[in-house]
Each structure stands twice: as C-alpha cells, then as structure tokens.
Design a protein around this ligand. Structure first.
Ligand code: 6PG
Length: 248
C-alpha cells in the first residue's frame, strides 16, 4: 500500500433539524457519486447504521432518480455490523436494505454485506472473511466513509478504551464485548477507514452534543472519542443538526 496522503482538517456543517440534515447529506453524497462517475470511477462508499443514517437512506432513495447517479455502478460496504443472524432486525444491512437498497433498486452484486452468524463460525472468522473481501474487491481509497456517532463517541464498532483502537495492521476485527448490545460485532479498523477521500460524521440530537463538543476540544484523543482519529484526504466533515451542535 502507498504512504498515506495529506489529510483534510475537520469542518462542521450545522443544519436546522434532523430532516434537513438527512436531506443535505443525501444530496452531498449523490454529488460525490456523480462526480466520481463523471471522472470514470466506480465509487466505493462505506455505509453506517443508526437513526440519522436511516433517515438519510430514505432521502437517498427519494433523490437518487433525479441525480443522474447510476446506482448500478456504486460499490457499497459497511463500517460495522452486529454479528447476529442474517434475518435479525439488528443487522445494519437489513436497515439499509429496507430504506435504500430495495426501493432504489441497487443490484445485490454491489452490496458487500458483512457475514451473519450462519456465514461464519465466530466473530473472528467473520472479520477474516470480510478482510479478504475487502482485499479482493475493495478500493485503494473509499470515496465516502460515513459514521453515526454514539453518545460515547464511538464510530463503527470502535468503542472508547477498546483494544481495536490500537490496531494498525488488520483492516477488519471482531469485537466480543461491545458496551452497547449486541456484544458481538465486526468492525473496520482505522487502517481501513482512513483510506478515504471523504470522512463524514452524521450526528443528530441533544444526546450527542457532549460527545461532539469533546471531539472538537483541543487535546481529545481517539481513545476517548474514537471519531477523533479519522480524517479524509479531501474532506472531513461533521454534519450536525442544531441540537447536536448546541455545545460547540
Ligand atoms: C451501534 C449503533 C451506532 C449508531 C450510533 C448513532 O453501535 O449499535 O447503531 O453505531 O450508528 O450510535 O446512532 P443514531 O444515529 O441512532 O444516534
């Protein structure tokens, strides 16, 4: 792999409410996808779960037809997944399927879902299998990596104080004791997530205001707020609503 290029300093963008936030992110994502396709690239995007992501996926479905983006030519990945049965309502991919992939008609071959319990013997085997998928079909650089942010500052399944934060080699790891249920998860690591043109944090609501403020305070480390450890090469952006921005 080539050395890491320059990084873009984080910027903050504040929208009036969660709905406006979801619309803005979906619009911006479609712009990025359209630009990448116009430049002759098949863009690769890392998706996230969570409430604001779900609202954004609904907006993507609504806005995609007029955007000119060919959704058959976009590769979709996941930043993390709960290691549960394939049909479990807890799976991020199920949420994305209902809000976006199915209604927007995204072809299944473009969707790189993480293994469910029936696909892998344990969470480490699931991580190894996704790492192989990423090595074989992943990009040198993702176009956009999106994250929901937990009230504790976690992103993907990288939790404050957890050993996965220190990983500098493996691209995907299993987590067995996540503080937020379900305990078993599969997550991309910093070495994988850093290879991104754009890194976007999607944050809505008063319950996130403190994590957002701490993330932007000088001296905060990624061990305290894992979101702090990530920037994109072209764009690092915190998409907030007013409530999430209220303590900045
Ligand atoms: C999980 C969560 C989490 C989620 C954030 C933001 O780890 O189990 O799903 O990763 O994305 O907590 O979620 P909200 O947008 O719902 O606040």
């Amino acid at each position: 792999m080539s050395p890491l290029p320059e990084r873009a300093a984080p910027r903050v963008e504040v929208h009036p409410d969660a709905h406006a936030l979801a619309t803005a992110i979906a619009g911006e994502l479609l712009h990025r996808l359209s630009d990448a396709q116009a430049a002759g690239r098949t863009p690769h995007v890392v998706l996230t779960g969570g409430t604001i992501a779900d609202a954004m996926h609904h907006e993507l479905t609504r806005l995609a037809p007029a955007s000119g983006v060919d959704l058959g030519e976009v590769e979709l990945w996941f930043g993390d997944e709960r290691f549960v049965g394939g049909e479990d309502a807890d799976r991020n991919v199920g949420q994305v399927r209902r809000a976006f992939l199915d209604p927007a008609g995204v072809p299944a071959r473009r969707v790189h879902a993480m293994p469910a319990t029936e696909d892998a013997s344990d969470v480490d085997a699931a991580a190894a299998s996704y790492a192989q998928e990423l090595a074989e079909h992943g990009p040198e650089e993702f176009d956009v990596v999106m994250f929901g942010v937990g009230p504790d500052g976690h992103i993907a399944s990288l939790f404050p104080g957890f050993p996965q934060l220190a990983e500098e080699t493996a691209t995907v790891l299993g987590v067995r004791d996540a503080p937020k249920p379900p305990p078993e998860r599969v997550t991309l690591t910093y070495p994988a997530l850093r290879r991104a043109r754009a890194v976007w944090f999607l944050v809505s609501g008063e319950g996130k205001a403190e994590a957002v403020a701490t993330a932007h305070a000088p001296g905060t480390t990624k061990e305290q707020i894992p979101a702090v450890g990530l920037t994109g090469t072209e764009d690092t952006r915190w998409f907030l609503d007013r409530d999430a921005a209220s303590r900045l």
